[in-house]
Write a protein of this length. Structure first.
Length: 202
């Protein structure tokens, strides 16, 4: 991002990251755990997304629109967010079905749908990661064409990025490490005891 924004915008972003990190540190010192902090950041991202955008511009995003869920670029998520996403899969049958989808999906093709995408909708929308909450567009046709130049609200992007990078700054190195979504989810499944770590490599 630093190559795409002005020096002033970069400075504003860095100040935002520092402010977010300081606020989250206060929460953690007061006893909040990492999951609570992540949920708080997700709420803030949703508020940023709900704020009015530039006058005369209408978001193209709508229920059932899944262009950004088809991984134009390999989506990466943090270890902590992967754990949160898997927390909603409480039944063994659900867990095994997800494992099967993960193991059948390479997650690298340009048109590869997210493993959580079902009939054009996110099956874990309430716990979707921050990178998904940040995503938006003012031109669905550009998204459908997998354009590298999708029109977005720069203020929203910068505020969202400050939240995400501020979060990363306060999590442990392990929790904040990122990996391609399928890889991160498989590792999270191993941590949760769905199957052994060795089995994930088979």
């Amino acid at each position: 991002m630093s190559n795409q924004i002005s020096a002033q915008e970069q400075q504003m972003l860095q100040q935002g990251i520092q402010a977010v990190a300081a606020h989250l540190q206060q929460k953690m010192h007061a006893g909040a755990d990492s999951i609570s902090v992540i949920r708080f950041v997700h709420q803030q991202l949703d508020q940023i997304a709900g704020a009015p955008g530039p006058q005369g511009m209408t978001l193209a995003c709508a229920a059932g629109c899944d262009h950004c869920c088809r991984q134009l670029k390999q989506i990466e998520i943090s270890e902590a967010e992967a754990d949160l996403m898997l927390s909603v899969f409480t039944e063994p049958a659900q867990q095994q079905a997800l494992l099967q989808r993960l193991q059948q999906s390479t997650g690298v093709a340009a048109h590869q749908p997210c493993v959580m995408l079902e009939q054009g909708r996110c099956s874990v929308y309430a716990v979707r990661p921050g990178v998904c909450r940040k995503a938006h567009s003012y031109d669905a046709a550009a998204c459908a064409a997998l354009s590298e130049d999708v029109p977005q609200n720069l203020e929203r992007v910068l505020r969202s990025e400050a939240m995400l990078l501020g979060l990363r700054a306060v999590l442990t190195p392990a929790q904040s490490s990122v990996a391609p979504v399928n890889q991160a989810l498989l590792a999270a499944a191993a941590r949760a005891g769905w199957f052994s770590a060795d089995a994930s490599q088979s």
